[in-house]
Ligand binder design. Structure first.
Ligand code: IPE
Ligand code: IPE
Ligand code: MG
Length: 248
């Protein structure tokens, strides 16, 4: 991507892009992509997984420090069993491949969400991917799986109250920073930009606490059609935003 753009006559430099430190992506639209082609929904999920791979690599290459992708929500278990099964199989084969393909990679892989609902072999693959990448120094990739922000906040409240009860914390220690420190994203900066492909104007239980001052970019492309140039477009839009955080 051209981080230093040129004006239309290709001569004068325009200001450099302000790159977000942390990007979140709601990877949405796989089902509609498949439907448009008369294919089963699972074909859309496979195509979406390829896009995930391409865009993750691109974010790492252009210097994004944190990328959080929404892969499966706490509400997605409501889908027909055969769709859930095909998603679980896709996650499994993807994570097996990731372990061997990305051995020399610099990306740190983390899973956010409640792992306990997944099968033992999937859980083990998630842990293996986290373990084998934890000492790397590149982009942090948070994969949100069985993630729901309300669930995350309830878990944080329970853990805080347990720590108050057993004397690790006092009530006076509870502040905004402490709540952030009890979320799955503890220690990471809040997302600067959240991109939602597929044209839906909603957050669908993604990073509710963390997105208090996040910039949103909704794009009409379905996730399997999402290209590097679409990410560039979102970055350009973000770069032109005036973030005020309640100030003037
Ligand atoms: C996103 O695509 C993938 C998951 C939620 C797992 P969808 O499956 O939601 O695709 P649409 O929204 O039905 O097109
Ligand atoms: C959000 O998409 C979850 C993921 C992309 C994993 P959904 O397709 O589940 O969200 P809704 O149902 O349109 O709100
Ligand atoms: Mg959807």
């Amino acid at each position: 991507m051209a981080l230093f753009g040129k004006s239309k006559n290709n001569s004068v430099d325009v200001p450099p892009l302000v790159l977000p430190v942390h990007i979140g992506i709601i990877m949405d639209g796989n089902g509609r992509w498949a439907k448009k082609r008369g294919l089963p929904r699972k074909a859309g999920h496979s195509a979406g997984a390829k896009t995930f791979r391409k865009i993750t690599r691109y974010c790492s290459d252009i210097g994004i420090k944190y990328l959080t992708v929404y892969a499966f929500s706490t509400e997605n278990w409501k889908r027909p069993q055969d769709e859930v099964n095909s998603l679980m199989n896709l996650f499994k084969s993807y994570l097996e491949e990731a372990l061997s393909d990305f051995k020399d990679d610099s990306i740190v892989v983390r899973f956010i969400g409640d792992k306990s609902h997944f099968s033992e072999d999937l859980r083990n693959l998630m842990i293996e991917n986290e373990e084998s990448s934890k000492d790397r120094d590149g982009m942090v990739l948070n994969i949100a799986m069985n993630y729901g922000s309300r669930d995350e906040i309830v878990r944080a409240v329970k853990n805080i109250s347990a720590d108050v009860k057993n004397g690790i914390l006092s009530e006076d220690d509870i502040n905004e920073q402490l709540v952030s420190d009890y979320l799955y994203t503890a220690g990471q900066p809040d997302p600067d930009l959240i991109i939602r492909p597929s044209g839906e104007y909603r957050i669908s239980n993604f990073l509710l606490w963390q997105s208090a001052y996040t910039e949103f970019v909704i794009m009409n492309k379905l996730w399997p059609d999402f290209e590097k140039s679409d990410l560039d477009e979102a970055l350009n839009i973000y770069s032109g935003r005036n973030r005020r955080y309640g100030g003037v």
